[in-house]
Write a protein that binds this ligand. Structure first.
Ligand SMILES: Cc1ncc(COP(=O)(O)O)c(C=O)c1O
Length: 437
């Protein structure tokens, strides 16, 4: 059956939605280009999602990475119930915010102080503002192909058109959205990831004007690109030498490879650390942690205003405490690793057997499927050569076979609720999907 016939209720809801919601969605990433509307879902449980037409999918979007425990994990549901019994308190300090900060500091020992926000977009925006307030400088380096949310400070060059992006070793900032004031671009320097010489040149030339270097230490937003050890060491040494604040944006990489996240995975300590998505167990919590002297720039201790009605909402905080209990439990990461090994090996075998050029970049519990690439990409310019039309066709063929992969997303992932049987079923269905290419 074609997608149009199979997804009749979804299509009808899509037609209704466009009359009230721009594009029929609440986040552009939810629009499915191939379908012409979003996939409308009725509910999720564990590793599965059900659409409004009654089909069950093995989910590889997992709330764009927020649902690392799976949908509706009992510990998270219980935390939400507990919070509602407390009166859905908002704008209050409780013991739980302190307890969570203590637990997080134990996982990231070089971070002294913690603040909470809701979304990743707010988190990186505050991180940059605090770095600027701390250093008294305004410039920021970000890497091409890295994503830090939709705020105007860092909303540049996530996936820029190559005809506007300038030379590979000296990219130009390209705003991710219309409406970003052009002068924001004057404060941003875009560099190629994994290029030590370009970094040295930029820091040599602009070091005295730079407040921060912000980066995804594992660049999932271009498909899971990893930094070389030498590059990451250079980033750390050069920023330290010039008193530039190094911000690790672990909104997506947090808890993907272990409880110590990319900080432990790479062994490099940033000055500020942003966590989001997974840490809230599927609820909108983000965390900003950092070295004491920098975080003390936050109001009321210092001049960088950080406040918000919903900051550290107890519902989110209790969910995060429950999340940490689960991920630090016995065997949690052994299970995630076993799933990844089977899935990534299976996908590589399928693509090779079917003669499809597709680089499978799996790092912990999230992965990129880079159609058209035959070797490991190191930066955005490598990734920009991928065949997105083929990826769209594969995602649609998977959807028709009960495997949900967010169309257009550079990264996919599984949860702790997935089983090895789910992976085997997925691989059978993906093999059929690959055959249609
Ligand atoms: C690395 C990274 N930073 C920041 C964000 C923005 O987070 P949010 O969507 O919660 O605003 C994202 C979202 O995908 C992300 O992947």
């Amino acid at each position: 059956m074609t997608s149009t016939a199979r997804l009749l209720a979804s299509r009808q809801l899509g037609e209704r939605a466009v009359r009230s919601l721009p594009g029929g969605v609440n986040a552009s990433a939810r629009y499915n280009r191939a379908l012409g509307h979003a996939l409308f879902v009725s509910h999720g449980q564990g590793a599965y999602l059900w659409d409004v037409d009654g089909h069950r999918y093995i989910d590889y979007c997992m709330s764009h990475g927020a649902a690392l425990l799976g949908h509706g994990h009992p510990a998270i549901v219980q935390a939400v119930q507990h919070a509602s019994e407390m009166g859905i308190l908002c704008s209050c300090e409780t013991e739980h915010q302190v307890a969570l900060a203590e637990r997080l500091k134990a996982l990231f020992p070089s971070m002294d102080l913690v603040r909470y926000t809701c979304t990743g977009t707010e988190d990186t925006w505050h991180a940059v503002r605090i770095a600027r307030a701390y250093t008294g400088r305004m410039g920021v380096i970000k890497f091409e192909g890295h994503y830090h949310g939709v705020n105007d400070s860092v909303g540049f060059s996530h996936w820029p058109d190559l005809d506007r992006a300038g030379p590979a070793d000296q990219p130009r900032p390209v705003a991710d959205s219309a409406g970003i004031p052009p002068h924001s671009a004057e404060l941003i320097t875009i560099l190629p990831f994994n290029d030590i010489e370009a970094l040295e040149r930029a820091i040599e030339a602009q070091g005295d004007e730079l407040a921060a270097v912000i980066m995804e230490p594992i660049n999932y937003d271009s498909g899971g690109l990893v930094p070389t050890n030498a590059f990451l060491r250079a980033v750390r040494e050069l920023t330290r030498q010039r008193d530039i604040v190094l911000i690790f944006d672990e909104i997506l990489s947090g808890f993907r490879c272990g409880p110590g996240s990319a900080v432990a995975y790479t062994g490099v300590q940033p000055d500020l650390l942003c966590l989001g998505k997974a840490v809230g167990g599927g609820l909108p919590l983000s965390v900003l942690m950092g070295r004491g002297e920098i975080m003390e720039t936050c109001s009321p201790m210092g001049p960088a205003l950080h406040s918000g009605t919903y900051n550290a909402h107890p519902t989110l905080i209790l969910a995060a405490l429950a999340f940490l209990d689960v991920v630090t439990g016995d065997g949690f990461y052994a299970h995630l690793d076993a799933l990844g090994e089977r899935l990534y090996a299976g996908l590589r075998e399928i693509m090779a057997r079917r003669g499809i050029a597709c680089w499978v970049q799996g790092v912990g519990a999230r992965f990129g499927l880079l159609f058209g690439l035959e070797s490991e990409p190191r930066n955005y310019r490598d990734v920009a050569r991928q065949n997105l039309a083929l990826a769209d066709r594969f995602h649609l063929a998977c959807l028709e076979r009960g495997v949900f992969m967010a169309q257009g997303s550079p990264h996919h992932g599984y949860s702790a609720a997935h089983t090895l049987d789910d992976i085997d079923t997925t691989l059978e269905r993906m093999d059929e999907a690959a055959a249609t290419l």
